[in-house]
Each structure stands twice: as structure tokens, then as C-alpha cells.
Design a protein around this ligand. Structure first.
Ligand code: RUQ
Ligand code: CUA
Length: 652
């Protein structure tokens, strides 16, 4: 009986919050003072970069704060016709997996690289939820440069989380699954045959290259959001778990039985020692590792064959469980690293745990049981205290660096500010509506910039002009520099925003790649000047070595191609100046355009399906004579011997 009370309560609240009923203050006008706080005058720049996940669009977007303006959409796990991501021959390998080409994913969380628990903003990491992968975006080029598939995982929601010197990017599995040679098992054998895995991905401190260092085998729980310890608790990791009931049907009810699930605390420094000592076993697993080479401008995909797995039921002192009420969705660690906040989405309180007490409880063997031999610590022994009556449906917590925590409340649609030491609620503001994640610039680091907070909301209802059955997603910016939070701005987002991070613009704005030096372009089809432009036939392949520069393509007219040939346009953009891309596309091609950056070479593949003359053109308005930037390709029927011929700009 009792088990369903919570579900019922949530249901009632959801009804109470149906569209007709708005949180208090929903109509309150924004004062002129608020408007001036988000005004970034023409010719001036925003103070922060905000990298926002796009959810089911598989992308990240780059937003300025405080203006809320979108600067760019970064394709990560989804093909992007705007710049040919996943369409050009060079980028296709980036989306390769052990399941073949997967041109979409669901990107929920961002992790920005850190040094000494502060953002260094060299890279932004993002997760693919559906076909487990982690991507790395280089924040000097705003390009996805690496994607690593994660084996033994399913539903890579619990990722990516980062340690304070970017030693590791870490991922937990949402779905536990059977792994290994024999994974054709009955779903009813869940408890015996299903396993959870936590993956530690090493990051090269110089290049950023990722490498799946080791995995820790875990019970078949569902893992949700996590945080690394920092400062004081550096060396530890804290994962929220739910479905510790280990249900495999109707989880809505069956995974909400217990009053407490767990935060799984992992001593990763210890795990690292075991790895160095040769513990753990190599297990066969297929996963793709894809890298973009910035000199050949070409990605490669390598299929890896094995992974190192540690078993914490044998290696006794790496995993401990902290009881946490109820079905936690997130765990966060405060800037000092002393406090670990659990956010049980069905819990009435927010429990705050003490790292010092946790270490003492481990030392004193203050256990109240075990999970497969791994100790469960006593709740009271680890607890710093509980935030009482915080609101309904706590999800995620960020910190302002001034002693306060801010927790998003999905069900009661609000952000609640509380004192980390005294656990007193000191302020609350409504969000419009149903906030998921929230973000403070530098919020997950040891040094937050406690000036702004952004709420990323799941439901928009009446905040913008309606746009058919699906309304735009929304973010809301609050001023948190004073005692009371103040709403400043609503702004729509691209895709569905989940987690986001923000950092000072000064960290990267003067480090941007402006163009790629032509002399370093090692693409096998790169051209160094217009004199090299040509067309070559190799069997039924036609290779067009093409240049683009304001405002022409060379060659521009091509003849001697037959139906049945495959045409590759290898286009080198000869420009050596900032912000002068050229595009390329040809009539009837079953693909998207490509957009070639200055100094880069990119390849467009086309299989003509009929005879005729086909125009191609530059798709980016690059100059006053952009409309003149064009050419023709003649296709003859199969077997007709039209001589191969091309023009490179001779006078007519
Ligand atoms: S989740 S709303 Cu996909 Cu990050 Cu918590
Ligand atoms: Cu090049 Cu338009």
C-alpha cells in the first residue's frame, strides 16, 4: 500500500500543475532593471560561454550569457546538413559504432575540462544516451574531434562526469544488461544475468585523447547522475542509483518500493592502484574509437576488442553504498568536496552527506549490511543533515561558491536556495515550468562564479508564441548575486536542454582557430593552389581535385562522366583568412552540402543516376560574386565514350 502513496502524490501534483494552474508569481512583470542586466550592447560581448546539451537533437549549442543568444549549433552525435557533418566522407567515420553508422543520438550532459577543480575549458565532453558513446569537442575549433563508444553499457545517461584535473571522464550505465559471449538470456533472469558497469575513460592531459582505462562491475541497479569528489574528496566518485529493487518490469511501481536506494561511492584512486598492480581481467568487448585528425582533416574509426574489468566484490575497498532516499536522480558535491548532496526525486527531504563522516564510517566499519559483500554504510553515520521541506521532486544541485546550494524541483517547478552548513532554506523562486537541470557558471567546480543561475525547463506552456503541437523548450536566467534570486530573462533553446555548463568567455575567446594553414594540410587530396586542379578517372571512380576561393571553383566545367560512375569532389578551400568558408553541392545528390573551412579539404560523394548536365554551386554567401561561384558537370549514358575534359578558367 505504502509504496504507491508517493506515486499517487506525484500524480496529484502533476494534475495540480496542469496548464491552467501556474506557480505563484507567474505573471509578475520583469522590471526595467532586469532588462538592463541582460543587455549586451551592440559591439560588446557576453561574459560567459554556455554550452548547452540539445537532448534528442544530438547536438550542443553555444549560448552567450547573460544575453541568452545562440551563437552556434555543434553537431556531435547527429548528422548536420548545415555543415555536412556525417555527410562528408571525412566525417562519416566519426559516427561509426560497433553497430555500424549511427547518425543520431540523445545528448543530455556536458562536462567541461578542469585543472585543479577549475574550468580550463579546453574541451567539452557530451554523452550519447541511446548507443553509448562519449564525445569530445575542442573548444578552440568548436568541432567534435573524438567519439568513444562504451561497451557493456546500455542507456549511457549517467555520463559524462569529470575528475578535477580531467584525469577521467566517467560513465555509468542506466540499463543493466547481460554482457559477454552469452547475452541471449531470459529477461526474467535479470537478477542473475544482468550487470551494471561504470566506465573510467582516461584523458591524455596534452592532447585530450580518450582511452577506456577500466570498468567496474556493479550490481544490476540503474545508475543516474554522478559527480566526482573534488578538493577534499578528490579521488572518490559518487553515483546515484535507483531500482535497487532490481525490478525489470513496470519500473514506475516496482522500482519505487524501497524507501532508500543508494549513492554508490567509488574510491577511484584505489581502483587505479589495482589496475597498476595488474588486478582485473581483460574481457572481450567490441567498441569503436573515432578520432578526427586536424592535419588530414579526416576521421578514422578503429574497432577495439577488449576492456579491463575490475570486480569490486573481490577488490574489497573500492565500492561502498550510502543509503539515500528515494529513487535519487542526481548526486552533487559542493566546492569544498566535503558535502555530497543526494536528490531523491520521490524524497521529502534532501539528504546531505559528509565526506569526513563517510571516511570515519568506513574506518569504523559502521555498516548496516552489504550488497553482494560490498558494505552499506549506516545512513545516520554518514549524514551531515537533511534539508527539510525543500519542495517536491528534487533533481539537481549547483553551488554559488558563497556557501549556498540551489536545487531544481521538478514537481513543484521551482529553484530552492539553501545554506550548505545550516541546511536552512533561504529563498525559492518559481520556474516556468517543470525545471530539470539548473546551472551556475563554474557551478560543478571548486570555484563557482555565483552571479547567474539558469534553469532549463521541460515544459514551456505559455511562455512564448505557440508553434503547433510542439512548443519551444525554454531556459530562464536568474540573478543570484544578492540574497534573493531574481528572474531576468526567458530564452528558448535548441532541442531539449538537459545539463549545461558555463565558463568565462576570457578563457577561450582569444584562442580560437581562425583558419587551417594550407601548408599543414596533409589530406591526400589537398591542393596547394589552383594550378593543381584536375580530374582523374580510376575505373568507375571520378576524382575531382577541386579548389574554391572567392569566387570560383576550379575545375568549373567537367565532361566525360557516365551513369554508373561514382564521383568524388575533393574540395580544398584555399582561403587563409578568418570566417571565409565555401560550400559545395550538386543537383540531385542524395546527401547534404559540405561546408569547407579555410585551409581544409572535404569530400562530397555523388552517384549520378541519369544523363544530363548538372549544375553545382557554392552554398555559403562568401563574396559579392558568390552567385557566380558555380560550374557544370555533364553525365553521359553508360557505355558512351565522352572524352574526359575539364576547364580551369581559360578565357572563352
Ligand atoms: S537528466 S532532468 Cu537526462 Cu540530466 Cu536530470
Ligand atoms: Cu564561395 Cu559562395
Amino acid at each position: 500500500m505504502k509504496k504507491n502513496v508517493w506515486l499517487l502524490a506525484i500524480g496529484l501534483i502533476a494534475v495540480a500543475l496542469a496548464p491552467s494552474c501556474k506557480p505563484k508569481g507567474a505573471q509578475s512583470a520583469i522590471t526595467g532593471d532586469a532588462a538592463s542586466k541582460v543587455y549586451v550592447a551592440p559591439g560588446t560581448h557576453d561574459e560567459f560561454y554556455n554550452i548547452v546539451s540539445g537532448g534528442f537533437n544530438g547536438q550542443m549549442s553555444v549560448v552567450g550569457l547573460p544575453s541568452g543568444r545562440v551563437f552556434k549549433i555543434l553537431p556531435v552525435f547527429s548528422v548536420h546538413p548545415e555543415n555536412g557533418w556525417g555527410f562528408s566522407e571525412e566525417t562519416k567515420p566519426m559516427l561509426n559504432t560497433s553497430h555500424g553508422f549511427v547518425p543520431w543520438d540523445d545528448l543530455h550532459h556536458i562536462a567541461i575540462s578542469m585543472t585543479n577543480a577549475e574550468h580550463d575549458a579546453r574541451w567539452a565532453f557530451g554523452n550519447a544516451n541511446n548507443t553509448p558513446r562519449i564525445a569530445r569537442v575542442d573548444l578552440t575549433s568548436f568541432k567534435t574531434v573524438e567519439i568513444l563508444e562504451i561497451p557493456n553499457s546500455a542507456g549511457n545517461h549517467s555520463s559524462p562526469f569529470i575528475t578535477q584535473n580531467t584525469e577521467y571522464v566517467v560513465a555509468g550505465t542506466r540499463f543493466s544488461v547481460p554482457v559477454g559471449e552469452n547475452s541471449d538470456v531470459s529477461i526474467d533472469s535479470y537478477k542473475e544475468n544482468f550487470k551494471g558497469y561504470i566506465s573510467f575513460i582516461g584523458v591524455d592531459p596534452k592532447t585530450g585523447d580518450m582511452d577506456l582505462s577500466f570498468q567496474i562491475e556493479a550490481p544490476p541497479f540503474n545508475f543516474d547522475l554522478a559527480r566526482a569528489g573534488k578538493n577534499k574528496s578528490h579521488g572518490w566518485f559518487f553515483f546515484s542509483t535507483y531500482n535497487t529493487e532490481m525490478a525489470h518490469t513496470l519500473l514506475e511501481v516496482n522500482a519505487s518500493q524501497k524507501d532508500k536506494d543508494f549513492i554508490m561511492a567509488v574510491n577511484w584512486k584505489k581502483a587505479e592502484e589495482y589496475v597498476k598492480a595488474g588486478k582485473g581481467k581483460k574481457v572481450k568487448a567490441k567498441y569503436a574509437h573515432n578520432k578526427m585528425n586536424e592535419e588530414t582533416h579526416t576521421a578514422t574509426s578503429t574497432i577495439m576488442e577488449e576492456v579491463l574489468v575490475l570486480d569490486p566484490t573481490e577488490l574489497k575497498d573500492i565500492v561502498y553504498f550510502i543509503p539515500c532516499p528515494k529513487s535519487p536522480h542526481g548526486t552533487d558535491t559542493d566546492p569544498s568536496g566535503e558535502y555530497i548532496v543526494g536528490s531523491g526525486k520521490l524524497a521529502a527531504v534532501i539528504p546531505v552527506f559528509s565526506f569526513t563522516k563517510m571516511l570515519a564510517a568506513i574506518e569504523n566499519k559502521d555498516f548496516e549490511g552489504d550488497v553482494n559483500g560490498m558494505p552499506v554504510l549506516k545512513y545516520e553515520s554518514v549524514l551531515h543533515g537533511e534539508v527539510e521541506k525543500p519542495g517536491l521532486g528534487p533533481l539537481h544541485t549547483e553551488f554559488d561558491g558563497k556557501g549556498f546550494a540551489y536545487t531544481s524541483m521538478f514537481v513543484s517547478s521551482e529553484i530552492v536556495k539553501w545554506n550548505i552548513e545550516t541546511l536552512e532554506v533561504v529563498d525559492r523562486v518559481p520556474t516556468y515550468y517543470s525545471v530539470g537541470h539548473l546551472m551556475i557558471p563554474g557551478g560543478p567546480t571548486g570555484k563557482p562564479h555565483g552571479k547567474y543561475m539558469v534553469a532549463y525547463n521541460k515544459i514551456t506552456k505559455d511562455r512564448y508564441l505557440p508553434t503547433g503541437p510542439e512548443l519551444t523548450q525554454s531556459a530562464q536566467l536568474y540573478d543570484i548575486s544578492g540574497d534573493k534570486m531574481q528572474l531576468l530573462l526567458d530564452f528558448p533553446t535548441i532541442g531539449e536542454p538537459h545539463y549545461a555548463e558555463a565558463f568565462p568567455a576570457a578563457l577561450i575567446k582569444d584562442k580560437q582557430v581562425k583558419f587551417y594553414p594550407l601548408e599543414k594540410n596533409n589530406h591526400p587530396y589537398a591542393l596547394k593552389g589552383v594550378a593543381d586542379a584536375r580530374v582523374e578517372r580510376k575505373g568507375n571512380e571520378i576524382h575531382v581535385y577541386m579548389t574554391s576561393i572567392r569566387s570560383n571553383f576550379r575545375p568549373d566545367n567537367i565532361e566525360g562522366v557516365n551513369v554508373g560512375d561514382v564521383v568524388y569532389f575533393h574540395v580544398t578551400n584555399l582561403e587563409q583568412d578568418w570566417d571565409v568558408p565555401h560550400g559545395f553541392s550538386i543537383k540531385g545528390a542524395n546527401t547534404a552540402e559540405i561546408l569547407i573551412m579555410p585551409g581544409e579539404t572535404s569530400t562530397y560523394k555523388w552517384t549520378p543516376d541519369r544523363p544530363g548536365v548538372f549544375p553545382f554551386y557554392c552554398t555559403d554567401f562568401c563574396s559579392a560574386l558568390h552567385q557566380e561561384m558555380q560550374g557544370y558537370l555533364r553525365v553521359s549514358p553508360k557505355g558512351v565514350n565522352t572524352p574526359l575534359k575539364y576547364s580551369t578558367g581559360e578565357a572563352q
